[in-house]
Ligand binder design. Structure first.
Ligand code: ADP
Ligand code: ZN
Ligand code: ZN
Length: 734
């Protein structure tokens, strides 16, 4: 790989005096050696430009070396380095090394993913300035062209009250010049810190006890803050952050999906109006992310609020890490570099010797087991804060009360009574689109994706068929392409169909549908949440998007449709997820003054999952799941690796995995079970055929004893054309 270009060979027989290891974004488990003698100022942590084969690449300088295994004549000199950004600190490199080793991902790819966007952040020092729209701005906005960026910024400022420069830049790539213009016109002004809009509550006894325990921490300690939705976990986080700010330390607050939880952002901003709060998530522009990164790394930011990638942001004054909704699968990255931000955050807290708090109403069984075994401090908030009570959960047996168009009689009556009282109802169904299958009753044809082993989903509003796996789409045929029958139909139910049924049954009700198709952009999302909260809608149909940490005081009924599908899913985590989802979505009900009700339609009311849900018995449910997992040696009572391969055809993927299986067996590590190579359940995705191989052990050290030498061997296997493989340590879906 390090082949020198003609004329550039070093003539020295000895290696160069300054031998630098560089992390390059290549799928290889190694650092690369370069000669840095020509660039005396270069330091580890800096971005450097290197020759690579016949081209050049940017990489990150990792560290100095005494000697290289390479022939000195093959060590090529650096081309240049980028000193517009400060070098990434040693802690950051240690974190990347941990991820590369623990998850066995190529170090250069981990580094490239975990590094800030490569753009200058000279504006960073101004990023914390906050802006608001002036009266003149309000007056002028409607007369601006609809697509004018300035108009968009004013609208966003109206919705949020104030925003900082990074947040404005996240709205448009042309926000910078537009902001200058708005300031010059006097339509926008700097917002000076205001008195806190949110004041601290008097803590409940549970909150006070949890906080006291957490405040006693100095140095690393992991705590699980386990409290039902609405029990006041966020209040505890805010108190901790307050301590950190007072002590001059930085806080890292990690959430699964920030764009969907603007309330938390607003709450943190309102509580700490004088603090420097920065936000980081993957939907921001590179510029905005670079600014947040710079504020974090320089120590300017007091609070960094972000999604999983923020776990890598350097924080020189880091005082504590809070990770909310720790059970949420979004913390796990399943494409590209495979890692769990939750587990990386734990490692980071230990490495930087700071406390970490994981919060959830429905902890993952992994974290729960750590709590049971005493590795995590287990803090409970047992009751809802304030006046709100937990909702009552009722089941509707659909074998007795048949559903027509998705709704049983008891469900219809419950909705009617809410409408009569002027209360809101949320209908939860975890499937977007109109119908999951379009098929022909005459010949059995079903519309399938040509690129995936999956049915196309019927979207009625724009009459399209869409694949939810690869994004392929097409028109709805007028007749069955196989037999010509014109009477083809959508089967099953998605959010759009429920919406249609509700509209015809309750024509007087104001309806709103919320799913990934209805939510375009963050502003629009915020607007929809506000409409619910202001009581401008009576019935909300939504997917799990709605279950994530929102507070809708007017919703007194949550109806659950189509939950049974998850009871029979092949994934051993399906029940854990369903329980968490239903408990979370149920938590949306009755946060206001009126008690809430959750109504679940099911053909299996005797299923123990529902009994536990009715009793709000997370512990009982979790205990029975843990027992089952222990019996079967499944996580968290066992540990797994998954090796997957994909190629244009299935056979090469199977062959590669078969060779990998033999390589694993040849290592003869005890206590490790290597399963058979199998095609994945959804074998074709986006035109690639996929297969997998699972390796399991009840002992993590034994699994790790296999992992390193095994993966090293895999890099030596010859690969068929177009074949890709990935290893997934602690996979969340097998
Ligand atoms: P969680 O994060 O556990 O869902 P929150 O912290 O969001 O809970 O609290 C739920 C609601 O209760 C919020 O409206 C919050 O303002 C309120 N709240 C929190 N703690 C208290 C308290 N000690 N007394 C009264 N209200 C509280
Ligand atoms: Zn047909
Ligand atoms: Zn597809």
């Amino acid at each position: 790989i390090n082949t020198p270009l003609p004329g550039l060979e070093s003539t020295a027989a000895n290696p160069p005096a300054r031998l630098l290891q560089v992390a390059l974004p290549r799928p290889l488990p190694a650092l690369f050696d370069y000669d840095a003698s020509g660039l005396p100022a270069v330091e580890p942590g800096q971005r450097v430009r290197v020759p690579f084969g016949r081209s050049e690449l940017w990489g990150i300088a990792w560290g100095w070396r005494d000697g290289s295994d390479l022939d000195p004549s093959r060590i090529r000199p650096l081309v240049g380095c980028d000193d517009s950004q400060p070098p990434l600190p040693g802690n950051w490199r240690a974190l990347v090394e941990f991820v590369a080793d623990y998850y066995q991902q190529p170090i250069g790819e981990v580094a490239a993913m975990a590094a800030p966007p490569a753009i200058s952040a000279t504006r960073a020092e101004r990023a914390h300035r906050r802006f608001r729209a002036t009266a003149a701005g309000h007056a002028a906005a409607p007369s601006l062209p609809a697509r004018d960026v300035g108009r968009k910024l004013i609208a966003a400022l109206d919705a949020a009250g104030e925003l900082n420069e990074a947040e404005l830049r996240a709205l448009s790539s042309r926000a910078g010049p537009a902001l200058e213009r708005l300031l010059a016109e006097g339509w926008v002004e700097l917002a000076l810190p205001q008195a806190p809009a949110e004041t601290a509550h008097t803590l409940t006894a549970d909150q006070a006890a949890a906080l006291e325990a957490l405040q006693a921490d100095s140095g690393f300690a992991a705590s699980l803050l386990h409290g039902v939705t609405g029990s006041g976990k966020t209040e505890v986080y805010l108190r901790l952050i307050e301590d950190q700010i007072a002590a001059g330390r930085q806080s890292l607050l990690l959430v699964p999906e920030i764009a969907l939880t603007p309330q938390l952002h607003a709450r943190v901003a309102a509580r700490f109006p004088r603090a420097s709060l920065h936000v980081m998530h993957s939907e921001m522009s590179d510029g905005a992310r670079a600014m947040a990164w710079a504020a974090a790394q320089s120590g300017e930011a007091d609070i960094l609020l972000g999604t999983r990638l923020a776990v890598f942001a350097p924080l020189p004054r880091l005082g504590c890490i809070v990770l909310d909704e720790e059970h949420d699968p979004s913390f796990r990255q399943t494409e590209g570099v495979r890692y769990s931000a939750r587990d990386v955050a734990i490692w980071r807290a230990r490495h930087e010797n700071v406390p970490i708090v994981l919060g959830s109403a429905t902890p993952s069984l992994e974290s729960l087991r750590h709590a049971i075994d005493g590795r995590y401090r287990w803090l409970r908030l047992n009751a809802r804060a304030g006046e709100a009570k937990l909702p009552e959960v009722h089941l509707v047996d659909t074998r007795v009360f048949r559903a027509t168009d998705g709704f049983s009689q008891p469900m219809v009556r419950a909705i009617e009574s809410r409408l009569a009282r002027g209360e809101q109802t949320l209908l939860f169904i975890n499937r977007r689109g109109y119908a999951p299958v379009l098929s022909c009753p005459a010949c059995g044809w079903a519309a399938g994706c040509t690129q995936c082993t999956a049915n196309l989903v019927l979207h009625a509003a724009d009459r399209r068929l869409r694949c939810h796996h690869c994004g392929a789409e097409g028109p709805v045929p007028h007749a069955c392409p196989k037999c010509g029958n014109q009477d083809i139909q959508g089967y099953g139910r998605g959010t759009q169909r429920l919406e249609e049924t509700l509209a015809s049954r309750f024509p007087q009700a104001r309806l709103l549908r919320i799913d990934r198709d209805s939510v375009r952009g963050r502003e629009h999302w915020q607007e929809q949440l506000d409409r619910i909260r202001r009581g401008e809608v009576d019935l909300v149909v939504g997917t799990q998007l709605l279950a994530k940490g929102h507070d809708f005081p007017g919703i007194t009924l949550v109806g659950v449709i189509g939950a049974d599908a998850s009871l029979h899913a092949a994934d051993f985590r399906a029940q854990e997820r369903l329980f968490a989802q239903l408990m979370q979505v149920g938590g949306r009900a009755g946060r206001g003054d009126s008690a809430g009700e959750v109504l679940i339609q099911t053909a299996q009311p005797e299923h123990p999952l529902f009994a536990a849900l009715k009793a709000h018995d997370f512990d009982g449910f979790a205990r029975s799941q843990l027992e089952e997992r222990a019996l079967l040696g499944l996580p968290p009572h066992g540990f797994q690796l998954m090796l997957s391969a994909d190629a244009p055809e299935l056979q090469p993927a199977l062959d590669f995995l078969e060779a990998a299986r033999r390589a694993a067996q040849a290592l003869q590590v005890e206590g490790v079970q290597v399963y058979d190579v199998v095609p994945m359940r959804m074998v074709r995705r986006a035109n690639r055929e996929r297969a997998q191989l699972v390796v399991e052990s009840r002992s993590r050290p034994q699994l790790r004893a296999l992992l390193r030498p095994w993966i090293a061997n895999l890099y030596r296997l010859r690969l068929a054309r177009g074949l890709r493989w990935h290893v997934d340590v602690d996979p969340v879906e097998v």
